[in-house]
Design a protein around this ligand. Structure first.
Ligand code: IVH
Length: 666
């Protein structure tokens, strides 16, 4: 092994270890920045020495190009489903069948959480992750290796050289689901109904970049084709798979006899709400593997396992009224006010009715008895009415023709389902805009709840977001429930927000379709708000993740005179307009500035000297003060003098500032 090969191998090993500690054990041992630094080093070495790149390199997690379509994969061992149990009796019947089939008194079972995601199969040859597939119809699934590789808890390499196939459930944690849907809402896209659909949708993408952004995870719970050594029990397999570096759900438990199984099941009925991911039941498996062979499988499911399904988290209550709210973008949405009722561990008083079409289609009326459900056990919604229980005084609901806040006529834009108020001075929209500006992912100003904003607006202390920065102590003290202490806290939160990095301001301004992730991408790419303001549609679209719809919306937003004035005022009051987060890691090797000696001269118009220098250095170039035979490139601004003349004499390449910027944009 050459010293370079050894260096690459060591880097990979270290990164695999850090990755395992972080994503499987949940116990990071180094700061993210250190991980990123080593990853960058490995990337640089691999791109300079492509012959050293390997399928199991941690750099290969999002390596692939988008696919044209999915290939079919035949499962060597079919991926079966499970028979369902819905109550204790079903479980006892299952236990009786198992005991009779085996002719024994008491059976050892393993109980596991039934993760609500998508079943996948992972094949390892010679210890390397080779292929991952969906379940499909159980015999033939689809090859989704490129997407599965982006799940960081799937080891790319294991310490087992025989061919093995493991099976597990890929899923999206509740928190990731919520933020994904928030982002979708910002982009005005249809949200996912639940984390399972979100996980499935993410894994069925042709471009692995999308799955990589979705924060998916996996728990392994079974094996398929298995050429490794024999083990006696399912529980031994779980232990062995854990030792190979797979992520196994830690809540599994051995139970002696069905009574212990029922205790386990009952203990999870309420505890399930506290988990950071969704489960829809408990899976019960006979522990001894030789018993599996005795019991066999039916055409669809094994006789040695059972899925206990939790009752759907639904509740019945009365719909007392329908209220309307006007969002930041003017969309008017109906919400049901309910007789309070407990669902999935919390008391629910409001539920989404989505839009007018939804209400009509389900014929939902005020005073109706309705079934509500937490979609994805998270956001309550009205599922249906119980028509047999409809009271005589039930009233059909219809959307008003005017905005409930400002009285302007509501319209339906294009093909949208939502009714919108398009009055730019609508108080409800302006207040929502203020609430959004101060929210956690935006400027993060604590102490400005809806009630305070309402008062500030109604007392004409604040009409737009810049006014927040000119609020006086006395004005705030005059508001209801604002004492000395809360006013001081609020004023310091407002002051502190001035230092936020650009992406928070961008997100806070509420540019249509620009969610918090896109705001970050834009802030990184353009560095300050003036460059973003000046950016053309083309240069916006050239940024990864920024599509046409968003680019159009950004250009339209900044073209508005009112927006320009607002930004000027925010600048005057001291709000930071620069990106202050970590700089993007760039592949210096591939940059044309790499290892080049560059001289800057003349007056630069668009960048400061320092900014230009930082950019060149970021791409691996060196900036020097004087022109010599060693100079590779001169960037000449306005009124360049002797350095320009000298460079011309030496035949050195000369660029204008614009040429330089165009190259950087590329
Ligand atoms: S074992 C032959 N264990 O539930 C046994 N399945 O209805 C194969 N699932 O398709 C399944 N968590 O997608 C097993 N701990 C677990 C599970 C689990 C979730 C899913 C899996 C399967 C479905 C069965």
């Amino acid at each position: 092994m050459t010293s370079l090969e050894k260096k690459v191998a060591d880097l990979r090993e270290t990164l695999h270890t850090y990755n395992y500690q972080y994503h499987v054990l949940d116990q990071p041992t180094v700061p993210d920045a250190e991980y990123d630094r080593l990853m960058q080093e490995l990337r640089t070495l691999e791109s300079a020495n492509p012959e050293l790149t390997a399928a199991d390199s941690p750099t290969q997690r999002i390596g692939g190009q988008p696919l044209e379509g999915f290939n079919k994969v035949e499962h060597q061992v079919p991926m079966l489903s499970l028979a369902n149990a819905f109550n204790d009796q079903d479980l006892r019947d299952f236990d009786r069948r198992v005991r009779e089939g085996l002719g024994i008194e008491q059976v050892d079972y393993v109980c596991e959480l039934k993760i609500d995601g998508l079943a996948v199969s992972l094949r390892y040859d010679q210890g390397i992750f080779q292929q991952g597939a969906t379940r499909g119809d159980g015999n033939i699934g689809e090859d989704i290796t490129h997407n599965l590789k982006t799940i960081r808890s799937i080891p790319l390499k294991i310490n087992e050289t025989s061919t093995i196939e493991v099976r597990g459930e890929a899923f999206m944690p509740k928190q990731s689901f919520l933020s994904l849907n928030k982002d979708k809402e910002m982009r005005e896209e249809e949200p996912f109904a639940n984390p399972r659909n979100a996980a499935a949708g993410s894994l069925r993408q042709l471009d692995p970049k999308i799955a990589a952004r979705r924060n998916l995870d996996i728990f392994i719970y079974a094996v398929g084709k298995w050429e490794a050594g024999d083990l006696d029990r399912h529980s031994d397999r779980l232990t062995y798979l854990t030792s190979l570096g797979f992520k196994i759900n830690p809540e599994w438990k051995k139970c002696q006899g069905i009574d212990q199984v029922i205790d386990y099941v009952e203990s999870w009925v309420t505890k399930r709400d506290e988990l950071p991911y969704e489960i829809d039941g408990i899976v019960i498996k006979v522990d001894r593997l030789d018993y599996h062979d005795v019991l066999k499988t039916t055409a669809k499911s094994p006789r040695w396992a059972m899925a206990y399904k939790f009752p759907a988290e639904e509740a019945v209550t009365t719909l007392n009224d329908v209220i309307l709210s006007v969002g930041r973008t003017g969309a008017v949405t109906p919400t049901a006010l309910l007789e309070p009722v407990k669902v999935a561990g919390t008391t629910v008083q409001r539920a989404s009715l989505h839009n007018e079409d939804y209400i009509k289609e389900k014929d939902i009326r005020i005073n109706d008895t309705v079934v509500i459900k937490k979609a994805g056990d998270i956001i309550p919604e009205v599922v249906r009415v119980i028509p047999e229980q409809r009271p005589k005084d039930a009233e059909p609901f219809s959307m008003p023709a005017e905005c409930p806040s400002c009285g302007a006529e509501l319209v339906r834009l294009d093909q949208e389902v939502a009714l919108r108020c398009i009055n730019p001075n609508c108080p409800a929209q302006l207040k929502e805009g203020l609430t959004h500006f101060v929210s956690r992912n935006a400027m993060n100003i604590d102490g400005l709840g809806e009630k305070v904003i309402e008062q500030l607006y109604d007392n004409q202390l604040v009409a737009n977001v810049a006014d927040l920065y000119q609020l006086k102590r006395d004005e705030l003290l005059g508001l209801e429930r604002m004492g000395e202490k809360s006013v001081s806290n609020l004023l310091s939160a407002i002051e502190a927000s001035k230092a936020n990095s650009l992406e928070r301001l961008l997100f806070g301004l509420g540019i249509r379709f620009v969610g918090s992730k896109a705001a970050k991408t834009l802030a990184r790419a353009f560095d300050d708000i003036d460059q973003l303001r000046a950016a053309s549609r083309e240069s916006l679209e050239a940024v990864d993740e920024i599509g046409k719809k968003m680019a159009d919306s950004i250009v339209r937003f900044f073209a508005e005179e009112k927006v320009g004035q607002l930004i000027d005022r925010l600048r005057q009051v001291g709000v930071n307009m620069h990106y202050r987060g970590p700089k993007p890691t760039v592949n210096q090797e591939q940059s044309i500035f790499h290892n080049k000696t560059i001289v800057l001269t003349g007056k630069l118009e668009q960048l400061t000297r320092n900014e230009a220098k930082e950019k060149i250095e970021m791409y691996g170039g060196k900036v020097t003060g004087s022109v010599s035979a060693k100079t590779d490139l001169l960037i000449a601004g306005e009124d360049a003098g002797s350095k320009l003349t000298k460079a011309e004499q030496l035949g050195i390449e000369i660029w204008t500032e614009q040429q330089f910027i165009d190259q950087i944009d590329k």
